[in-house]
Design a protein around this ligand. Structure first.
Ligand SMILES: [Zn+2]
Ligand SMILES: [Zn+2]
Length: 256
């Protein structure tokens, strides 16, 4: 079995692509994807996301404020209340994105630090989004003692040195469909070097559909292409990649 460890089920196209969440999950299960982590990006959208998954226990949730959504409503007491929900197994996505929004960097750092603090207090792993902010991301994780709750660098696109620093903090590295893109040569090299025991697989759907679906809307079923491609790069069977990355998911998020 496979796990899509990072998707945004509340952002998929339910007008003409899928009839509802159950439909999305069925399509994924036909391809061996049996568990899901749907990731929150704002407090505003969180209640609706939880309502969507209420009849689907195979879907886990996270709660966070995305670095590109730091202008959205943020109330620490509401965040803490949402984060305490039993179905919330992770905090995030949170982190820093200086590529798209350098102008909100200080607000991003402030909300990131607050989310790290809650993650450590609740002992729920962090889901980190980072872009062009390697040093600040690592500094905030270290200062906040994020090694205590652990976490994942999602949709990894950084270099080998950053991957090593993240693994030193006990973090996992999550690989998305980007790895299948022709131009992603550095990422392919990082994946060849990473121990399979530190890798998670994700779609980040509806974004970043892997080859051969590039340009279409992404969906959890396509995490299979990501796992197959990792197998090719590492000379491992699909079954081995599926089994080990699923174990990694369980070790990080479920067997706390
Ligand atoms: Zn992200
Ligand atoms: Zn995401």
């Amino acid at each position: 079995m496979l796990v899509d460890t990072h998707c945004h089920l509340d952002k998929l196209n339910y007008n003409d692509l899928h009839t509802n969440v159950g439909d999305v999950l069925e399509k994924a299960k036909l391809r061996g994807v049996e568990q899901f982590l749907t990731v929150g990006v704002t407090l505003d959208a969180f209640p609706n996301m939880m309502e969507m998954i209420k009849d689907h226990p195979e879907v886990h949730a996270s709660c966070g404020i995305h670095p590109l959504d730091v202008e959205s409503e943020f109330d620490l007491s509401i965040f803490r209340q949402y984060a305490a929900n039993d179905r919330v197994i992770a905090i995030g996505e949170t982190g820093l994105d200086y590529f798209y929004q350098p102008e909100s960097a200080s607000r991003q750092r402030d909300l990131f630090e607050q989310q790290v603090e809650v993650a450590v207090e609740y002992n729920k792993p962090l889901i980190i989004h980072t872009r062009q902010a390697r040093e600040d991301t690592l500094a905030i994780l270290k200062n906040g003692q994020a090694n205590k709750c652990g976490g994942v660098i999602h949709c990894f696109t950084e270099d080998w040195a950053f991957a090593e620093a993240a693994m030193d903090l006990g973090f996992y590295i999550s690989i998305s469909g980007i790895v299948t893109f022709n131009k992603a040569t550095e990422l392919k090299d990082v994946v060849r070097r990473l121990p399979l025991e530190r890798i998670l697989v994700e779609t980040d759907s509806p974004y970043l559909a892997p080859v051969p679906y590039r340009g279409k809307e992404n969906q959890p079923a396509y995490v299979r292409e990501v796992a197959e491609y990792i197998g090719l790069l590492k000379g491992k069977s699909f079954e081995e990649v599926a089994q080990i990355t699923t174990n990694n998911f369980k070790n990080l998020f479920l067997n706390k």
